[in-house]
Design a protein around this ligand. Sequence first.
Ligand code: URP
Ligand code: ZN
Ligand code: ZN
Length: 471
Amino acid sequence: MKTLIENGTVITHAGRMAADLLIDGETVVGIAARGSHGWTAERAIDASGRYVLPGGVDVHTHMELPFGGTFASDDFESGTRAAAWGGTTTILDFALQTIGEPMMAGYEAWREKSDGNCAIDYGFHMIVSDVNEQTLKEMDILMGEGVTSFKLFMAYPGVLYSDDGQIFMAMQKAAENGATIMMHAENGIVIDVLREQAIKRGETDPIYHAVTRPPITEAEATHRAIAYAELAGCPLYVVHMSADEAVAEVALARDRGLNVFGETCPQYLYLDWDNLREPDFDGAKYVCSTPVRDREAGHQEALWKYLATNDLQVISTDHCPFCMNDHPTLGTQKRLGEGDFTKIPNGLPGVEERMRLIYDGAVSDGRMSLERFVEVCSATPAKMFGMYPKKGTIAVGSDADIVIWNPDTESVMSVDVNHMDVDYSAYEGKTVQGKIEMVLSRGRVLIEGDTYHGSTGDGDFIARDTNQYLI
Ligand code: URP
Ligand code: ZN
Ligand code: ZN
């Protein structure tokens, strides 16, 4: 089946062009100046006045993640369907090793949860919770499976935390086998002291989640992770960065020519302590780690600047939803922390909202070009994690993962129109410029106006290559 997308403006990270696209089956087979070809197709899509963008690539999601005694409320079926509604056609999620168990058991469990259940293409990073001799060998095995990135935690002592020696050993292994180390960079040991002291003082509200994770705990851990990665000689990708001081460490490392990269997320660009202070425990909706920061301290504008200077290269979501009041099987998840902020499950929803939020704040508000928007939301994440040019761009031979975007229409963020399996939107009522009118995944139309044509199991597992963004 051939599909022709005509009369649109095709945008990639490399430029824009008034061009028609020919898709044959799952693949883009032709891009030609408007009217310069004689292509015919079974299906023609008129994209007049629209942008034709590569599908979004969200390299940081947590469907069904076990956390704090509960599970992230989106499973692979609901979460990937919501991603498609939001113009994202590829996700990378995190398989989790249980402490004391082989890493492969965690990987296989996550493959089982996801295979046959995803609406869009997906792959995995591996969370290493227990670095030991066997785990290091399993890193090699996973590389052969197309799992080429491993996340370690400097936070959450006793749960996901690795000590410095364990981190360094995993980094040495990554230097040897070509993996990228992803780091949750917060000094969890110091943070645990601050949390305990806060609770003893009766400081139990959601805002204290952020107060007890000050920017210096992110900056110090980022600095340390960079030092170890430099010594080991592996690429380092610091996830969900929110503090100006921490990204400054990434910028310094990059200035020294190191393969050090940084990711931020919409919550750090839009949300702040005022959200955490919302009354009636509503602040819990915004509890995630690293925390959203104090707007007055200038972190948000600093992050936008680092995105402009390519000191931050990727915007992902860290989608990890937990319900406030209303989930049929999981209950009132965020309320586990009522009266004690340390028990609030960390994470918030976003996989459906990222593309529109970033288009609005970046392109409409004049902070980024359209090309840079595509670069940080699609092309660079695909390169960083070994999926380019199959994913992340529109080129002859690429997967036909396409979003048709109307720049002249607004949309409103709301739980009432979202498709994520969670009972709130962190951006409730926010009006953004731009509307997603059509989404194709490998040539299949998933979204057409208000209609969903996808089905469970449409998505394929992606066995990834190694990092294609290295210096
Ligand atoms: O708060 C967050 N970020 N939850 C998800 C787990 C993680 O650390 O990425
Ligand atoms: Zn993390
Ligand atoms: Zn995460």
